[in-house]
Design a protein around this ligand. Structure first.
Ligand SMILES: Cc1ncc(COP(=O)(O)O)c(C=O)c1O
Length: 433
């Protein structure tokens, strides 16, 4: 397995693409070899996968970890007294430790397995929100939230009488913090925002916002679905109270997500779901709860996917998250430049790649995003088109939908050239240009 991972690393080698150079230490062409799906031919063309903000592809080591688990270790965790149960438990808990390390060496007890980022945020809304909010309390969000970090708070505000306030965005797709002291007030109990926007790509100044929130006595929840896969993240430095993300957006399997929670806060929270592993003792009419993190993990968990997620974390750790970020920043700068050369394209979000990740939303003035995505698919290029689960943001941007290309470790400059070339071709097809 280690051998498979190591093939992705080619230290010190620079690859040149025209005048653009990839950073040393990460070679997307070598990495591609670790991803069987990337050799697929789609509609007669080699697949160019640019839908990484929706989900990423899986390397062979993750696929084999999943298979290895079912072939050699499959058993239920924690309660077994036989060898398989002990091995399955050790593998399941080993990933928890890797996650804790990956996001800045927090305690494994602070890492709770969920199904995905959405469930992690809902866990906080149910367990913390329903016990800690009252009428007139304030929940602060931003205008760029994914529905996963909006709808749970809309429902909670309705139930508790709390009010929602939104930090606006400016014309560049950055948060407008001018009135932040009025928005995050002493009545604010929670500030919940995305670390990196899945539409605009914007990387938000989360440490600064956390400082202001804590100064006002509010907790901070960060939606890390787009940031943990793409940036080095240190939760202790950011000082977040909750942090949610999904394995499938960072080379891992679907069906496994993470909620980080500060231990002192998790200790005081009631469980979200009841039964199974979250129990300590049960009598006919009462029950007590297990210790952290299992207090929040009712029933048989998603063992196999958690185990395979460990291999995804190893893969990213071997590459180095600094190298991942650097490669994506270069790809993003290149794509922004190439796209802006097309007069018909309007790009949303910051144009400076240092302020953003590699999810680029754009519209063509004459071609509907769905038509564009379908045309690109006919050339083997996978992008996304739609509202990206951010309908209020779409309204704020004055569009119904956008096209979105999003990059990861296996994407190359040549693929961006082909993608931009295919948009020009689409214009010849649809607009007769
Ligand atoms: C910013 C952001 N938050 C939350 C989510 C939800 O992730 P999941 O569907 O894995 O729960 C996504 C998924 O696209 C996202 O981009």
């Amino acid at each position: 397995m280690n051998g498979e991972r190591m093939t992705a690393i080619k230290n010190g080698v620079k690859i040149g693409v025209g005048s653009v150079m990839a950073p040393a230490g990460l070679d997307p062409l070598v990495i591609k070899g670790d991803f069987p799906i990337l050799s697929r031919i789609i509609n007669g063309h080699k697949l160019i996968y640019l839908d990484n903000a929706a989900t990423t592809q899986k390397p062979s080591c993750v696929i084999s970890a999943l298979r290895n688990y079912y072939e050699n270790q499959n058993a239920n965790v924690h309660r077994g007294l036989h060898t398989l149960a002990e091995e399955a438990t050790a593998a399941f808990e080993a990933t928890r430790k890797k996650v804790a390390e990956f996001i800045g060496s927090v305690k494994p007890e602070e890492i709770i397995y969920t199904r995905n980022a959405t469930e992690a945020i809902n866990l906080v809304a149910y367990s913390w929100g329903r016990h800690n909010l009252k009428p007139q309390d304030r929940i602060v969000l931003t205008e760029m939230e994914h529905h996963a970090n909006l709808v749970p708070w809309i429902v909670l505000a309705k139930e508790t009488g709390a009010e929602l306030k939104f930090i606006p965005i400016d014309g560049d797709g950055l948060l407008d913090l001018e009135n932040i002291d009025r928005i995050i007030s002493e009545d604010t109990k929670l500030v919940a925002l995305t670390h990196m926007s899945n539409v605009l790509g914007t990387i938000n100044p989360v440490a600064e916002i956390a400082r202001i929130a804590h100064h006002n006595g509010a907790l901070v929840l960060l939606d890390g679905a787009q940031s943990v896969p793409h940036l080095p993240v240190n939760i202790k430095e950011i000082d977040a109270d909750f942090y949610a993300f999904s394995a499938h957006k960072m080379l891992g399997p679907t069906g496994i997500g993470i909620l980080y929670g500060r231990e002192s806060i998790l200790q005081k929270m009631e469980p979200f779901l009841f039964g199974g592993e979250m129990i300590s003792e049960v009598d006919f009419e009462k029950a007590t709860w297990n210790v952290l993190p299992w207090k929040f993990e009712a029933g048989t968990p998603n063992i196999a996917d958690a185990v395979a997620y460990g291999s995804a974390l190893d893969y990213l750790t071997d590459l180095g998250m600094e190298a991942v970020r650097s490669h994506e920043m270069d790809l993003t700068a290149y794509a922004l430049r190439k796209l802006s050369e097309l007069d018909s394209i309007k790009i949303f979000g910051p144009m400076d790649s240092r302020l953003r990740g590699g999810a680029i939303s754009f519209v063509d003035r004459q071609i509907h995003p769905h038509d564009l995505a379908t045309f690109l698919d006919s050339r083997g290029i996978a992008i996304r088109a739609g509202h990206h689960c951010a309908q209020p943001l779409m309204r704020r941007l004055g569009v119904g939908s956008t096209a979105r290309a999003s990059f990861y470790i296996y994407n190359t400059f040549e693929e961006i050239d082909e993608f931009v070339g295919a948009i020009a071709e689409a214009r010849r097809y649809f607009v007769n240009e």
